[in-house]
Design a protein around this ligand. Structure first.
Ligand SMILES: C[S@@+](CC[C@H](N)C(=O)[O-])C[C@H]1O[C@@H](n2cnc3c(N)ncnc32)[C@H](O)[C@@H]1O
Length: 286
């Protein structure tokens, strides 16, 4: 299997080395459409990255130039191709219990004193699901059989598929407590050796749907007690960030909490939020 992967990789490398380099105009085209569609601002330094990520689609269709791929996208004969291109151009890095201070805060400052009747949390750029399942394990510990739910969304359909399956490499456990692995995950055996699956009782509490934060939110989304919007604002320019933050927090209940990454800032963004601690905000009650 490993040998086959190496052969495929070598063939891909050989194919890429024969491609005509992406031109300035072609790169400008991809920059424009991903910005218009998802708000993602690709800097000029991302030219090589874009070319190498898209090369596999050129390989798939046997195309020689990025211009031919642009034409294929516009011709309308492959209606699913646009979404595949969006999937390829998003960056989806994530892991379990990323930024542990957030999980500490959620557990000690929010869940512990929670007195409501249905706790609703939205992971608004959930990628492959590690963030949502980490939160779900905390809620299972803190709220147990009480009513709670996690709604998770992303613009990338491929990561959502992975998230719904809830199967991960054991190597990807990162900051997860061993007791959580025993309680909320099933270790794979035989052909599944090296993988684990998040238990059904946790998976059933988490729903994954496609939402593009650049566009209006679905009417049925409802209001949330907590929203995580972490490690995605870095991909947007200030104008898009303002627009997206405003839209996302419109789904936050007054008094609800809003989490961004420690490496992000809401500096120069106008909101109805007050900072509780760096990267954690609370929506003002009117
Ligand atoms: C780096 S991941 C962050 C995952 C997780 N929140 C974390 O902090 O580990 C960023 C995610 O944002 C998603 N994304 C980018 N633009 C988006 C948009 N306009 N609407 C919804 N999701 C978007 C990407 O597809 C990607 O999965």
């Amino acid at each position: 299997m490993q040998q086959l992967n190496v052969i495929i990789l070598l063939q891909r490398e050989k194919f890429i080395s024969h491609l005509e380099p992406i031109s300035v105009e072609e790169f400008a085209y991809f920059r424009r459409i991903i910005h218009d569609h998802a708000g993602i601002a690709l800097s000029p330094e991302k030219k090589i990255m874009v070319a190498s990520r898209l090369a596999k689609r050129l390989l798939h269709y046997g195309l020689q130039t990025y211009g031919q791929y642009c034409q294929l996208l516009n011709a309308g004969q492959h209606p699913h191709e646009f979404q595949l291109m969006v999937n390829i151009l998003t960056t989806n890095e994530t892991y379990f219990f990323r930024e542990p201070k957030h999980f500490d805060f959620l557990q000690k400052q929010i869940i512990k004193s929670w007195r409501g009747d249905n706790f609703r949390l939205w992971s608004a750029a959930s990628s492959t699901g590690e963030e949502s399942y980490s939160i779900a394990m905390l809620l299972a510990e803190g709220l147990g059989m009480r009513k709670w739910e996690i709604f998770s969304s992303d613009v990338n359909t491929e990561v959502l598929e992975t998230a719904r399956k809830g199967i991960y490499l054991i190597d990807r456990l990162d900051n997860m407590e061993p007791s959580y692995l025993n309680k909320y995950c099933l270790k794979g055996v035989r052909t599944q050796e090296g993988y684990f699956r998040v238990d059904e009782k946790i998976r059933n509490r988490v729903r994954f749907e496609q939402i593009n934060l650049k566009t209006a939110l679905p009417k049925a989304l409802g209001q949330f007690d907590v929203i995580f919007l972490r490690n995605v604002l870095i991909y947007f320019d200030t104008e898009t960030k303002q627009d997206i933050v405003q839209r996302v927090i419109s789904a936050l209940k007054p008094g609800g909490y809003f989490f961004i990454s420690h490496s992000e800032t809401l500096h120069s963004i106008k909101t109805e939020l007050s900072m509780v601690t760096p990267s954690i905000y609370q929506k003002l009650c009117k």
